[in-house]
Write a protein that binds this ligand. Structure first.
Ligand SMILES: CCCCCCCCCCCCC/C=C/[C@@H](O)[C@H](COP(=O)(O)O)NC(=O)CCCCC
Ligand code: ADP
Ligand code: CA
Length: 555
């Protein structure tokens, strides 16, 4: 809880029928009920509320007319607290209220007072404080995927989000996408980004992926950096991105906010939160393929995604269906994984601590990584390769997953890698070796309980800053044409086998699930770019354990 600091305003105002001492500092708005009598009353505790100014959404004047008051947005509202001729002026403060499970709601309190000048002074003082907060967005570019999740993106935005933006005085340019990659290409080539303070994505992880591809690409071009090069240090994007969850998994929203709730996300955007996020670039033979911020998964999660794409008509339930199917199919894949362990950083994937709002591990490791990236070329390209820092693991795997964040989602509230960090410049490489169906089920089930999914002999996890994967059957560049030909034959064949698991023929290749998009290449080179993008979020907040003694209400 913030300390109140020097008071800017202090008045006696009324809330409903009761008198309150109301004060405003640069950091806090506080209203404390006045005791009716100076005698201590054990059954009527003094009621005191305080709201950080940074969490005030807006202030609204109420104008009285014929016994009712008219809001300055034009709508009408009976004022219950009017109880005396002298109590005529009123204003309403809208602010963030925390509910269960990291949800935020917009609450409001109406103050009345007898003096119009006092009322005006309050309204203008609060507005001044809000205006002085430069991290709040004023103009947003909004992209809506009308086909994501349960196809509710447009409705969610119009009914739950747009009214809040209007109340907060945010203006918007809204684009409802008409085809896949519409948002990406608009950001890459057309959008007048200078006009905006941020971009809002209404959709799922796939839609978010479009947005970051457009934004990262555009930023590199504007900075004269080749976005295709696997060795370039990429330039961070200045525009923040807000995610209004309207997809099927919405893992990126869940893992950065703690809940998939459009109103909570809208409020994080309004108050101007900022959360840096690591981004992995994925290359194949030095050719850029995609970026990833959450899961890069080969084997199980790749197969679930490929299978589920054919069942989009089922909506989000397609993942449950394909998940069960792929679990029963139980394919394993042979290949070689090599990785550069993250060195000098704090934290391991087996830590009990979690990445939470204001995470010190992200701050420490982020600082370390930005210092390193300044001398990147020398460090990475020459040192690491030749000094034999790369480690190699060959084997048969049910799943190879790289989690750049916890990947928490409603299916698995702790995620694929519960101790992963949002902005530490690393990804957690999880290798699940070939094992029995029973053991794989034990591993999967542990994602949904308190048990450690890594504490199994066939599972290993490494915190890395770069990794490569090469499937066993992969051929050199010169054989590419033959490989592609073979591949397409194999894909047809493996499809038959997947559909007829009784034949016992396992496919040679899986595909990569890259934040919910299928990658066409299997041999990949992945590099983490520390804090390349920023979200309108603050990370998952630690739930309060006990009353804070610094709360001015408690003094
Ligand atoms: C028998 C109990 C099994 C429980 C297993 C639970 C493990 C779930 C971990 C899920 C991690 C999900 C990581 C996020 C992936 C998304 O990016 C991706 C696309 O999302 P969207 O665009 O919103 O559709 N979703 C998936 O790949 C779905 C994976 C589902 C796996 C069952
Ligand atoms: N107007 C559109 N028509 C068809 N596909 C679209 C459209 N807009 C975006 N997409 C694509 O839809 C896919 C899924 O989007 P997403 O919002 O992540 O939903 P879901 O979570 O259900 O997968 C993404 O690959 C995205 O590129
Ligand atoms: Ca990370």
């Amino acid at each position: 809880m913030e300390r109140p600091g020097r008071l800017l305003l202090q008045s006696e105002l009324r809330v409903r029928n009761a008198a309150y001492d109301v004060s405003l500092s640069r950091s806090l708005l506080t209203w404390k009920r006045r005791a009716a009598s100076p005698v201590y009353h054990p059954f009527r505790p003094s009621v005191c509320h305080s709201v950080p100014v940074s969490e005030i959404i807006s202030v609204r004047e109420e104008e009285e007319e014929n016994g009712s008051r008219q809001r300055d947005d034009g709508s009408w509202k009976k004022i219950r607290e009017r109880e005396g001729k002298d109590c005529r002026q009123a204003f309403t403060v809208l602010y963030v209220e925390r509910c269960q499970q990291h949800r935020w709601r917009c609450a409001e309190v109406t103050f009345t007072c007898s003096d119009e000048a006092v009322c005006q002074h309050w309204v203008s003082s609060i507005r001044e404080q809000l205006a002085s907060n430069t991290s709040r967005p004023k103009n947003l570019l909004v992209y809506i995927n009308p086909y994501g999740g349960k196809r509710q993106g447009k409705r969610i935005y119009e009914q739950k989000v747009a009214p809040l933006f209007t109340q907060a005085g945010i203006s918007t340019s809204v684009i409802v996408t008409e085809y896949a990659n519409h948002a990406r290409d608009h950001l890459k080539m057309e959008a007048e980004l200078k006009k905006f303070d941020g971009v809002v994505c209404v959709g799922g992880d796939g839609m978010f992926s479009e947005i970051i591809h457009g934004l990262i690409w555009r930023t590199q071009i504007d900075c004269g950096i080749d976005p295709n090069s696997p060795e370039e240090a990429l330039s961070p994007c200045s525009l923040r991105i807000g995610i209004i969850p309207a997809g099927s998994t919405d893992c990126i929203c869940f893992a950065t906010v703690g809940t998939n709730d459009p109103v909570t996300s809208a409020l994080h955007i309004i108050v101007g939160d900022s959360q840096p996020l690591d981004v992995c670039s994925v290359h194949h033979n030095s050719m850029f393929l995609r970026y990833s911020v959450s899961l890069l998964g080969y084997g199980f999660y790749g197969d679930v995604l490929s299978d589920s794409e054919r069942k989009r008509w089922m909506g989000p339930a397609r993942y449950d269906f394909s998940g069960l199917k792929m679990f029963l199919t139980h394919h394993y894949y042979e290949g070689t994984v090599s990785y550069l362990p993250a060195r000098g950083i704090i934290g391991t994937p087996r830590d009990a601590t979690r990445c939470r709002s204001g995470c010190v591990i992200c701050q420490h490791n982020g600082q370390l990584n930005s210092e390193r990236s300044e001398k990147y070329e020398m460090d990475e390209a020459s040192d690491s390769e030749s000094s034999g820092e790369w480690r190699t693991i060959r084997g048969k795997f049910l799943a190879i997953n790289a989690a750049s964040m916890s990947c928490a989602c409603p299916r698995s509230p702790k995620g694929l890698s519960p101790a992963a960090h949002l902005a530490d410049g690393t990804t957690d490489l999880i290798l699940v070796r070939k094992c029995s169906r029973f053991n794989f089920l034990r591993h999967l089930l542990r994602h949904t309980s308190k048990d450690d999914q890594f504490d199994l002999t066939f599972v290993e996890v490494h915190r890395v800053r770069r990794f490569r994967f090469m499937p066993r059957h992969c051929q050199s560049d010169s054989d590419l044409e033959l490989d592609l030909h073979e591949n397409s034959k194999r894909q047809i064949f493996s499809q038959i086998c997947k559909d007829h698991p009784a034949c016992g023929c396992a496919p040679a290749y899986s595909s990569w699930n890259c934040d919910g998009e299928i990658l066409t290449h299997t041999a990949i080179d992945v590099r983490v770019h520390c804090q390349l993008i920023k979200l309108f979020a603050r990370g998952i907040e630690e739930l309060p354990v006990f009353e804070d003694l610094t709360n001015p209400c408690a003094i």
